[in-house]
Ligand binder design. Sequence first.
Ligand SMILES: [Zn+2]
Length: 99
Amino acid sequence: MQGESSTKKEKLYAESFREEWLQDPELKNWLQQDKNDKEASYCNYCNVTLKSANKSILLQHKSSVKHKICFDVAKSSVVITVPNDITRLTEEDNRRMMG
Ligand SMILES: [Zn+2]
């Protein structure tokens, strides 16, 4: 009788946010836990929620074109504010256009 009945079932966990990702140099700069959905990850740069993402999905997101663009924008941290003068000028232009 071979009574080694260790039927190990590998349970498939739904991928949810892990605290350890915040320590990961590849993720920590842009990743955070979603405020509304504790299971979800959130990209600081793209302002998107990554639901049921595992690490490979997160790395895929990191290498996506969209993320790179958002990263560049965030990195440059140039706040594009339209000075009041410009709106004033365009208003004047409009008036001129109207005659
Ligand atoms: Zn992103």
